[in-house]
Ligand binder design. Structure first.
Ligand SMILES: Nc1ncnc2c1ncn2[C@@H]1O[C@H](COP(=O)(O)OP(=O)(O)OP(=O)(O)O)[C@@H](O)[C@H]1O
Length: 225
């Protein structure tokens, strides 16, 4: 199932608010792969996901998309990825279906939208204004964007937050189907999401906050960072 390298990070350093969040981080994502980001609070999981979605620039290191250096030009990979942050980006005055149409850039009558809502058991609520949804329903609406947008790499920050057990299973199912079609996923989670043969990256290993050796390197390098 796994193919050659799709997306790579080489010796990445992330600095936010004047502090080094992680340094010397490498990863290699292939088609069909699931990469799980682990690590304690503040170790940089969300920062890495934002970097891989092009929202945060690496201070040092390289991002390589299909062997093309995309570090200075995130547009090269942005059109292939779908990022879902830990907050739901939902327009409260629009209905469920209108929200999905808005975010996917499709018209409301596109059958793919109803299919996506159906996967996450949101179809009966398609005409409901989004401000009336429960937190789990809002999350399911947000996740249905993954199916409506058809991107090859999913970047998910705490995707199961607010979901009940049955809804976590739905998420696991869509990740499995996505991977079987050659799609890849990177996700950070503090609660278990079952996926087959995941690779794991522990951000603690690259965080000066948690790794004394790196803290010394960071202090040594402060003059040039
Ligand atoms: N916009 C920002 N500006 C400055 N610093 C930030 C910003 N966002 C995050 N940070 C800092 O970056 C560090 C890593 O935060 P991040 O949210 O990436 O960690 P995390 O591993 O996802 O944490 P959690 O498990 O709590 O979600 C933290 O020290 C945080 O204070």
């Amino acid at each position: 199932m796994l193919g050659s390298s799709l997306f790579q990070g080489k010796d990445l350093t992330c600095i936010r608010g004047g502090r080094t969040v992680f340094l010397g981080l490498n990863f290699n994502l292939a088609k069909g792969q699931a990469l799980v980001l682990e690590g304690p609070n503040g170790s940089g999981k969300s920062s890495l996901i934002r970097m891989l979605s092009g929202l945060v620039r690496p201070r040092f290191g390289k991002l390589v998309w299909q062997e093309q250096d995309a570090t200075k030009d995130p547009e090269i990979f942005q059109k292939h990825i779908h990022y879902i942050g830990h907050r739901n980006a939902i327009k409260p005055v629009l209905t469920v279906l209108e929200n999905l149409a808005y975010w996917s850039g499709k018209t409301k009558d596109d059958p793919g939208l109803e299919d996506a809502l159906d996967h996450f058991r949101m179809l009966p609520l398609k005409h409901t204004p989004a401000n009336l949804l429960s937190s789990g329903q809002s999350r399911r609406l947000t996740l249905s964007r993954l199916l409506a947008s058809e991107r090859s790499v999913w970047l998910l920050d705490e995707p199961s937050v607010g979901l009940d057990v049955a809804s976590v299973s739905l998420l696991e199912e869509v990740i499995k189907t996505h991977r079987l079609k050659g799609g890849s996923v990177i996700f950070a989670t503090h609660s278990p999401i079952q996926v087959e043969n995941p690779d794991r990256l522990n951000l603690q290993d690259y965080s000066p906050l948690y790794n004394k050796e790196l803290l010394e390197i960071e202090n040594d390098e402060e003059s040039w960072i």
